[in-house]
Structure formats: structure tokens, C-alpha cells
Design a protein around this ligand. Structure first.
Ligand code: PFF
Length: 497
């Protein structure tokens, strides 16, 4: 058991890596829009409630669990009860699934880096994105050929991930010192540009004008929890994996608090960047801000390029800044996801980091090519939806119940408090045992109901069955195989502290 395990170079490196994994594309292309359509400034109330009642308690749980057991999700859960190793592999499998499709966005951003040089999207960025960049086919059944520029972008993305992970957490410790602050600085540059444009204030007003009446709608509260969950990279094994590289005495409670606040602060900040630009765009086009507002791929690859073209000067420079921001935001979330998965292999079969990084990329890269075919966009959309709306919610629910009821959680709380300057009260246990599971159950039921009534985006049911449910089910099978394959066992739980 006295096996060697790498550790973070410093506490700062650990916090930076955790922040890097949390802060990602979700902060820029999802938060501002969700906030805007869910009550503007008033949304901050459910959002911070979700942060303190579910986000931070779960961050503490995940980081602390990894640290105590010095294992990634599979063997860590196996310590609680042997068969739970199966669940641990399933949760880590979700992170493998996420990184395989998340890399697609980075591939698109790589390709846009080139198109920015000539502002190639011209006057119709939407048609450009779907027709010239994605060469999107008619529907998921028409997969079509790979789109070569995207394949190159994808290859570059995986090469970067391989190079960063091959030396394990020691190199991650160094890389995050760049990939975390850099996008923040670039966002600040974009903010200054945005705020000094005409119409910016209209945009910000749209973003922030509080609509307190909306707080009466339960849907808004559920959205806040969903957003917190995805944004903090919870329930995917990421924070357990990162926590497992901490020393025994490392402080957790405050690190989780800093990670949570830094992530939400970045989201809020990104809201100003996005909405100042949208305000300007609306002003130029003579339409209302509501007409140019959108989220997801549309925001990053259609609306932002439009705004970039409309800037009075230095368009190419600001275009480059924007796409480099996306790349640096996304890359540390991507390698955190891969690490969350491969760390289980290191724990169980002692495979060194370089080999793990190589083997994973050799399998994941070909699989990710599905998403850069002509029909890839549809499959990307389906897998994303299912993994986030069903996979992570189920995983978070099981995780809370397992740790809340099968793990010596009072001892856990006491030992966390001994290590920390910020003590956790009984409320922490109440959140994990009752509040978070209740909210997650409601979210799950609502998501299932919505999907039952209307197939997502009207995709044919067979496509969501294969791409959506298939992704979740295949990991039940693969997780079982990995659990049953002989290797090092989970460490025994020490109950007393
Ligand atoms: N938190 C990242 C974002 O907001 O973009 C995305 C993400 C990373 C989600 C890791 C889930 C995850 F496990």
C-alpha cells in the first residue's frame, strides 16, 4: 500500500487545477444566457443558494474523499462498499465520454483561429458555421465523410492533451499556471473593448435587470442547480481524482470555497463580456438585445463572430483573442476529465501516466472523429444532452446517497475540520443527505418527463436511444468489466480519526 503517488507542486497548483477544470466553456456560453432568461440579476439568488447548498458541499465531499483514500473515483467508491467500484467506473466513464465530445468544441475553435485571420465568415456567420465549417448534413442518420480541417483541429487538441498529461500531475501543476490566468486576462481585455462600445450598457441592463417574480417559478431554481453542477465539474470523478493527489494534511474546506467562488465569479464576469458585446451588436443591427441573444455553439461561433466583424477596428486581433480564450478555457477542463478517468487505471493496474495518456488518446481520438463528420454535430448535441442532463444528475444523486448514508460522514466532517481553518457545521451533512439528493431527484424526473413528451430537438428516437441512452448504458457494461478485472483492491476504510 506504500505505493508512490505524485502530489501537486503546491496548494496553489491544486486550487488552480480545480478552478481550471471548473472554469470552462460553460462559464462563457451557458451562464450568461441562463442568467438572462431566468430573471437577470435576480437569478443570482437561486444561483448562490445552489452554490452554497449543493455546489460547495459536494466539492468538499469530492476533494476530501479523493484525499482520504488517495484514489480516483473507482477505487475510492470501492472502499466504501466493494460493488460500488462499479459505480465509480461508471462515473469516471462519464468523464471519458465528456472529454471525447468536449474536444470537438476545441477542434472548432482551432479551425476558427485560422478563419479569424481573414474574417472568413463574411456577412452570414450562421451559414458559414453550419455549411462551410461543419458541412453539416441533413440529420443524424447521414453521418457522411470526416471534415478534414476539423480532423486536423481534433488531432491538435488530442496532441495537446497528451503532451500535458504524459508527465502526470507534475506537468499539470505547471500548465495550469498559464491556462487558468490567461483566459481571465483575455476576458478582461474583451470586457474593456466591449464596455467602450455604443450600446454596451443596454446589453448589461438586459443581463442584470432583476425580475424577482421569476423566483417564484421552481424551474428557475432547478436551472440554477443544473448550472452549478455542470459548471463545478461535479459528479464526474474530476474533483475526486484531483483530490487524490493532495497530501494527507492538505486543507480542503477553504480550497473548495475558493474554487466555487472563483468559478462563479468568472461566470458573472463573463456575463459582462458577453452582454456588452451583444448590446453593441444589437445597437449596430438596430434590433433589441433579446434578438441577438443565444447560448451554446450559436453564441460562440455565430453571434460572437458577427460582433467581431462589426468592431470598428482591430477585428482580427479581437477575433484571435476570443478564440484563444475559448481554447484556454476548454483545454484544462478537457485534461481534467481525461485524468479523472485514467487515474482509475493507475490505481488499479499501476500503469504509469505516460502510457495512460498515450493509450487513452489512441482510443479516444478515433472515437472523437465521429463528431467531426458531417453528421457529427447532431451526435455531439445528443451525447452532450444525455451525459449532462441524465448522466451527471444520476451520478451526483448516487454519490450523495452513498457518502451520506454508507460512509462514516460524521468522522469525515470532523477530520476535515481538523485540517481546516473554516469549520463545517452539521448543515453540511443535511445538505448531502437531504437537500442535494432531493433537488437532483426532482431535476431528473423533470428531465425525463420533458424527454418523454418531446424527443430532444425532434431527433429520431433511435438516434437518442443509441447516442444518448447508449452512452450511459455502455458505461454500465464497461464499468462492470473494469470492476471485475483483477487488479489492486480498494484500500480499507479507516473509520476512526
Ligand atoms: N465545468 C466545465 C465548464 O463549465 O465548461 C465543463 C465540465 C468539465 C463539465 C468537467 C463536467 C466535467 F466533469
Amino acid at each position: 500500500m506504500a505505493e508512490h503517488r505524485d502530489q501537486w507542486n503546491s496548494r496553489t497548483a491544486f486550487i488552480m487545477a480545480a478552478v481550471g477544470s471548473a472554469v470552462g466553456l460553460g462559464n462563457v456560453w451557458r451562464f450568461p444566457y441562463v442568467a438572462y432568461e431566468s430573471g437577470g440579476g435576480a437569478f443570482l439568488i437561486p444561483y448562490f443558494t445552489a452554490l452554497f447548498t449543493a455546489g460547495i458541499p459536494m466539492l468538499i465531499l469530492e476533494m476530501g474523499l479523493g484525499q482520504r483514500l488517495h484514489r480516483g473515483a473507482p477505487l475510492a467508491f470501492g472502499s466504501v462498499k466493494k460493488p460500488l467500484q462499479w459505480f465509480g467506473w461508471w462515473a469516471a466513464g462519464l468523464s471519458a465520454a465528456i472529454v471525447i465530445y468536449y474536444s470537438t468544441i476545441l477542434a472548432w475553435a482551432c479551425v476558427y483561429l485560422k478563419h479569424t485571420l481573414t474574417l472568413a465568415w463574411g456577412t452570414d456567420p450562421q451559414a458559414f458555421f453550419f455549411d462551410q465549417v461543419l458541412h453539416r448534413s441533413e440529420g443524424p442518420s447521414d453521418i457522411g465523410a470526416p471534415v478534414w480541417p476539423l480532423v486536423i483541429g481534433m488531432a491538435l487538441t488530442w496532441l495537446a492533451i497528451y503532451l500535458i498529461l504524459r508527465k502526470g500531475v507534475r506537468s499539470v501543476s505547471k500548465v495550469v499556471l498559464i491556462t487558468v490566468p490567461l483566459p481571465m486576462i483575455l476576458l478582461a481585455v474583451l470586457l474593456v473593448r466591449g464596455l467602450t462600445l455604443p450600446g454596451a450598457m443596454d446589453g448589461i441592463r438586459y443581463f442584470l435587470t432583476p425580475n424577482f417574480a421569476m423566483l417564484l417559478e421552481p424551474k428557475i431554481w432547478l436551472k440554477a442547480y443544473g448550472q452549478i453542477f455542470f459548471s463545478l465539474s461535479l459528479a464526474s470523478g474530476v474533483m475526486i481524482g484531483y483530490g487524490s493527489y493532495l497530501g494527507k494534511k492538505a486543507e480542503i474546506n477553504n480550497s473548495a470555497l475558493i474554487t466555487g467562488l472563483a468559478n462563479c465569479g468568472t461566470s458573472f464576469f463573463a456575463g459582462f463580456v458577453v452582454f456588452s458585446m451583444l448590446g453593441y451588436l444589437a445597437n449596430v443591427q438596430g434590433v433589441s438585445v433579446a434578438d441577438v441573444t443565444t447560448s451554446g455553439t450559436g453564441l460562440a461561433f455565430v453571434v460572437f463572430p458577427t460582433a467581431i466583424s462589426q468592431l470598428p477596428a482591430l477585428n482580427v486581433l479581437f477575433g484571435l483573442i476570443f478564440f484563444v480564450t475559448l481554447l484556454t478555457l476548454g483545454i484544462d477542463s478537457a485534461f481534467a476529465l481525461q485524468e479523472a478517468f485514467t487515474t482509475g487505471f493507475h490505481d488499479k493496474w499501476q500503469i504509469p501516466p505516460e502510457k495512460l495518456a498515450r493509450y487513452f488518446v489512441l482510443v479516444a481520438f478515433p472515437l472523437s472523429l465521429l463528431f467531426v463528420t458531417r453528421g457529427g454535430y447532431y451526435w455531439f448535441d445528443i451525447v452532450d444532452k444525455w451525459v449532462c442532463d441524465f448522466g451527471l444528475v444520476i451520478s451526483g444523486l448516487i454519490q450523495c446517497l452513498v457518502i451520506g448514508y454508507l460512509y462514516p460522514i460524521q468522522d469525515f466532517r470532523k477530520s476535515l475540520n481538523e485540517q481546516s481553518e473554516i469549520p463545517l457545521g452539521q448543515w453540511w451533512i443535511v445538505m448531502l443527505r437531504f437537500v442535494t439528493p432531493a433537488v437532483l431527484t426532482i431535476i431528473l424526473i423533470m428531465n425525463l418527463k420533458t424527454e418523454w413528451l418531446n424527443s430532444y430537438e425532434n431527433y429520431p428516437r433511435w438516434a437518442t436511444l443509441i447516442g444518448g441512452w447508449g452512452t450511459l448504458i455502455i458505461w454500465i457494461v464497461l464499468g462492470y468489466i473494469l470492476w471485475k478485472t483483477p487488479g489492486t483492491e480498494s484500500p480499507k476504510l479507516k473509520t476512526e480519526n
